[in-house]
Design a protein around this ligand. Structure first.
Ligand code: ISL
Ligand code: CA
Length: 558
């Protein structure tokens, strides 16, 4: 097993739930905890091991729960702590673990800590947040928040600015303050004592800020780049090691850090095999291959990802983490467009086959795979025709800044970008059946249901043995049955091929060969011609000698 110690979280598949859009149990149009509890058997059927819940804590919902006003209470629309306890114990009975989102880079401005902090300069909570004087009548630095606009907000009561990497209703906690750190560790311990199974840590790479607070490089003529001064800062590993000692190491839980700007060298520290920090991290390189086409607008672009770029990135992470740190595998989450639309082909002809191809490519790699709600159904992107149809604060703020204020891009172009990469694509309600509102709610859904729900929904998938759902089910089962999928080493194949993504996994003398056709046409491929092994999975029943059919994927074990 080379360098890998066995661990349950290495063998697990994680399913992410965005509760607001998952299932509504009481007809108010908003997904809730009881809706999740009702659908646990569906997840058990899919075969996943762990559920990661996007935030369910008390929140005024400026950023759909990523702005928390009370870490020890449940969001009113989602239910009560009793509902939570019931969901947790029901999940455990079904053999499903529950991982919570931990959002501790910032709180809501409605958290009691911030209300106290902003009340006066000598309040005992003042130092829980990052307050600075202005510079020449302007903000302390030129930093742009991750969600457009300045990262600083002037607060008249005390005449200083506070830092917010995200919206102005998400003030950053001051991790230099030991009291903040201990308060967070106490809160984490409280949840662990309740019996939860781990944490997904929101923008955890941003906890330690550059103490010099320098201006950032200005690339779009408006604000400076904040990222070099807040991501992977000088004390980040010290903080996480402290968190590990004081909380994480005391429980048999899994941890995954969402680490903006993480490099492979940094990932080797965050997710080191020595277990001193986290189990694994999410990097962004493979989902950002299209962002560079529009440098002026940061993430906003709509080019189809280039296979060569993507392959080089994924292969690099696979080979360089080997033996040093564990990895995570994902295409989709609540911040990303739908994988089949972005990386595959969501036309009626190729949606199913390309969704299965993407699943094969990812689930046969080394690392812990994450499935985002609806991905197992091959749910697709939306088309947004007007900014009024959008909900996401990132999209709305970017539209205001780039279209309305600075007129850098036309409304049509920006809506094209939002429809291609905006976070709202992931946040339309889960399509359960062909009934009204896709069976998500009996009331009025809080957000538009994708009009394609009559064809794409869970009920239809469960009735069709060739559905994307059953393909995911099989991939998950294969991972549980074959150590080579979990622990085998990774070796790239055909690294220069125009259309095929191929690799091998090796363990104890066995070889698993995986090849995926990234194109909507037949392409030559001889990898399987002389291979007389067992086909573990493929999205085609019949193959053609010497070729891969459009979006064909195959995994053969010898
Ligand atoms: O910078 C990124 C990638 O390089 C971003 O994707 C960044 O990591 C992301 O915006 C942070 O996301 C997380 O924190 C946000 C919240 O809105 C997102 O939903 C959450 O996943 C603020 O809490
Ligand atoms: Ca509800």
């Amino acid at each position: 097993m080379a360098n890998d110690k066995r661990a349950w979280w290495k063998e697990a598949v994680v399913y992410q739930i965005y509760p607001r859009s998952f299932a509504d149990s009481n007809g108010d149009g908003i997904g809730d905890l009881n809706g999740i509890t009702e659908h646990l058997p569906y997840l058990q059927k899919l075969g996943v091991d762990v559920i990661w819940l996007s935030p369910i804590y008390k929140s005024p919902n400026d950023d759909n729960g990523y702005d928390i006003s009370d870490y020890r209470d449940i969001m009113t629309e989602f239910g009560t702590m009793d509902d939570f306890d019931r969901m947790l114990s029901r999940a455990h009975k079904l053999g499903l673990k529950i991982v919570m989102d931990l959002v501790v880079n910032h709180t809501s401005d409605e958290h009691l800590w911030f209300i106290a902090s902003r009340s006066s300069r000598d309040n005992e909570y003042r130092d829980y947040y990052i307050w600075k004087d202005g510079k020449d009548g302007k903000a302390p630095t030129n930093w742009q928040s991750f969600f457009s606009g300045s990262a600083w907000e002037y607060d008249r009561t005390t005449g200083q600015y506070y830092l917010h990497c995200f919206t102005k209703k998400q003030p950053d906690l001051n991790w230099e303050n030991e009291k903040v750190r201990n308060a967070v560790y106490d809160m984490m311990t409280w949840w662990c004592e309740k019996g939860i199974d781990g944490f997904r840590m929101d923008v955890i790479s941003a906890l330690s800020k550059d103490p010099a607070y320098p201006d950032g490089e200005v690339t779009d003529g408006i604000y400076g780049n904040i990222r070099p001064y807040v991501c992977n800062g000088p004390r980040i590993h010290e903080f996480l090691q402290e968190m590990n000692k004081k909380v994480l190491s005391k429980y048999d839980i899994m941890t995954v850090g969402e680490t903006a700007e993480v490099t492979i060298d940094e990932a080797k520290k965050y997710a080191n095999n020595d277990g001193s920090e986290l189990n694994m991290v999410f990097h962004f390189e493979h989902v950002e291959t299209d962002a560079t086409t529009r440098p002026i607008l940061g993430k906003w672009g709509y080019d189809h990802p280039d296979l060569k770029k993507l392959r080089a990135i994924l292969n690099k992470w696979q080979t360089e983490l080997e033996g040093a740190a564990w990895g995570s595998l994902y295409w989709d989450n609540h911040d990303q467009p739908r994988a089949v639309s972005k990386f595959g082909n969501d036309s009626p002809k190729y949606r199913v086959v390309s969704a299965k191809m993407l699943a094969t490519l990812l689930h046969m790699m080394k690392g812990t795979p994450y499935v985002y709600q609806g991905e197992e159904l091959g749910m697709t992107n939306m088309t947004f025709g007007s900014i009024d149809e959008c909900d996401d604060v990132e999209e709305i703020n970017a539209y205001r800044q780039y279209v309305e204020e600075h007129k850098m891009i036309s409304p049509e172009e920006m809506l094209k970008c939002i429809s291609a990469v905006g976070r709202d694509n992931a946040r339309t309600p889960v399509q359960w059946n062909a009934d009204k509102n896709a069976g998500f709610t009996t009331g009025t859904p809080w957000f538009t249901v994708n009009p394609n729900y009559k064809e794409i929904n869970a009920e239809a998938a469960l009735a069709d043995p060739d559905s994307v759902f059953y393909y995911y089910q099989k991939l998950i089962r294969l991972r549980h049955e074959n150590d080579i999928i979990v622990y085998g080493t990774f070796h790239p194949l055909l690294e220069d091929d125009e259309n095929i993504y191929a690799y091998e996994r090796r363990l104890d003398g066995k070889v698993l060969t995986v090849a995926c056709n990234w194109a909507d046409k037949e392409v030559p491929c001889c990898l399987f011609d002389d291979l007389s092994g067992e086909e573990l999975i493929s999205n085609y029943k019949e193959h053609k000698h010497g070729t891969l059919l459009p979006y064909e994927a195959r995994a053969v074990l010898v």
